[in-house]
Design a protein around this ligand. Structure first.
Ligand code: GAL
Length: 493
């Protein structure tokens, strides 16, 4: 506390008291999402400035590096920057209600994913029914629901985009019935919306769905993915020898191929947490790595080759020291809004899904733990509770915070777990998670890490949560998570 300047403290206190969430498309422009983004030099750059507020908004940018330009009506920044460098760009957004400005850092260097990637993945709900129409409709929904304007960006195609086999030159080929226009055409469509396209392959001969794998085709695959305009690769580990040295070798080969592909392609390692990929994932070029088996849409126990929400959370906790900008722990996709209906996560009808309050807990903890935020529900038909969870700007800001610190579980008392992370503006994010099967009273005391006086903002209620001086008492519903943003408090207004 003593390190904060007087002015910062006053500003933070003011800011935290004045923030109020209004409907997404009313009022002055408000910026969201990552305040920092990375790309390799001499490769295509694409970033959509996430902003809400009354439309139309007119965007402009000062100090854009040479080679980039911003589209005034959409805020989509595109181009290619030749040289490595750190650029601080001032983005301006103007509408009839007013004007807002913020700094965006563009790091042209050797790192991608400076904040956890946000997007969608086809697997949990659609499995083998993935096709071009679904990808396009999902991209449209990411725009029309406002997800893009809050920072969601990736549309990731999982298994089953493949033709029966490669072509005679060994190049990967997409299933022509499902993708009649081809993947390049599809990526052009996704990019035109300011979004990015992800693809899936496997470090074995076959993918988990028995389509052709990437083993011994790494260079040609990476090259073709780059030609197709692919922005992310999830690389699985089915039909590969279960040996640590083999895993490291195979992931390294693909990591190098992606780096040499001439495109900025995010690398997602998916070997289900086997052989502790958090210890070598960054070294093989990975931007994030699965820490667990596949998530199922249930709170309770599942067979050991899958994970429930609770078991996955347990395995993800305490891996905080391995995460940071450009390299994240991945506890798998989000199941928010699936209600047991996902083809992959519903367990053939045996899992009924979580309650909305439990999905909110799931989102709270994924955001606190800096997980990649890959929604996997049907974005075309989200109900209101699902939207309220996935489109809450305040919880998203905790995930996308530039400091990139994964929360630590610092205390458990009477079944309430306390997670904490430091944020870039010197405030703290705290989650109080009631693991009990009954409602629980919790005294949140200004002790230890929380010594001092703090202004608490309730991130889910979007309102002042009180001043933490001695203690604040909360009644938490069963499985509820309260998330507070604590700013140092100097004045009462
Ligand atoms: C699993 C992976 C899932 C999904 C699936 C596709 O190994 O963990 O997330 O990608 O393969 O077959």
């Amino acid at each position: 506390m003593k390190y904060f300047s007087f002015l910062t403290a006053v500003l933070l206190s003011l800011q935290i008291q004045s923030q109020n969430i209004s409907p997404l498309y009313e009022g002055v422009p408000v910026f969201h999402g990552a305040k920092i983004t990375g790309n390799f030099p001499n490769t295509e750059f694409l970033f959509t400035v996430p902003a809400t507020g009354e439309r139309p908004i007119s965007f402009s940018a000062e100090n854009l590096p040479k080679g980039l330009s911003i589209d005034a009506s959409t805020g989509i920044v595109r181009g290619t920057v030749k040289e490595k460098g750190s650029y601080t760009v001032k983005i301006l957004a103007t509408n009839t209600k007013g004007r807002a400005g913020e700094n965006l850092k563009i790091e042209i260097g050797d790192k991608l994913c400076l904040t956890p990637p946000m997007g969608w993945n086809s697997w949990n709900v659609f499995t083998n029914t993935l096709d071009e129409k679904l990808v396009m409709e999902t991209a449209d929904a990411m725009v029309s629901t406002g997800m893009r304007d809050l920072g969601y960006q990736y549309i990731n195609m999982d298994d089953y985009w493949h033709a029966v086999s490669r072509d005679d030159d060994g190049k990967p080929v997409a299933n022509a019935e499902k993708f009649p226009h081809g993947i390049k055409w599809l990526s052009d469509y996704v990019h035109s919306k300011g979004l990015k396209l992800g693809i899936y392959s496997d470090a074995g001969d076959k993918t988990c769905g028995k389509c052709f794998g990437g083993f011994q085709h790494e260079e040609i695959d990476a090259k073709v993915y780059a030609e197709w305009g692919v922005d992310l690769l999830k690389y699985d580990f089915c039909f590969a020898p279960l040996k640590k040295s083999e895993a490291i070798a195979r992931y390294t080969t693909m990591g190098k191929a992606l780096k040499n592909s001439g495109r900025s392609i995010v690398y997602s390692i998916c070997n289900w947490g086997v052989f502790a990929p958090w210890k070598w994932g960054e070294q093989v070029g990975g931007n994030y790595w699965r820490t667990t088996p596949d998530i199922m849409d249930t709170w309770k126990r599942t067979p050991f080759w899958t994970g429930s929400f609770s078991s996955i959370l347990k395995r993800e906790t305490n891996l905080d020291k391995y995460a940071g900008p450009g390299h994240w722990n991945d506890p798998d996709m989000m199941i928010v809004g699936n209600y047991g209906k996902g083809k992959a996560t519903g367990g053939g009808g045996q899992y009924k899904g979580l309650s909305d309050l439990e999905y909110q807990t799931h989102m709270s903890l994924w955001c606190m733990l800096n997980a990649p935020l890959l929604s996997s529900c049907d974005l075309r038909s989200m109900n209101e509770p699902t939207k309220n969870i996935l489109l809450n700007p305040e919880i998203l800001a905790i995930n996308q915070d530039e400091k990139g610190e994964q929360a630590k579980l610092i205390q458990t008392k009477n079944g309430v777990q306390v997670y904490m992370k430091h944020l870039a503006d010197s405030s703290l994010a705290v989650a109080l998670f009631n693991t009990n099967k009954s409602d629980t009273k919790f005294d949140f005391k200004a002790e230890g890490e929380f010594k001092g006086t703090w202004n608490a903002r309730d991130v889910w209620q979007h309102k002042d949560g009180g001043v933490l001086k001695d203690k604040l008492t909360f009644k938490l519903k069963t499985h509820e998570t309260l998330v507070l943003r604590l700013a140092p408090y100097y004045f009462s207004f």
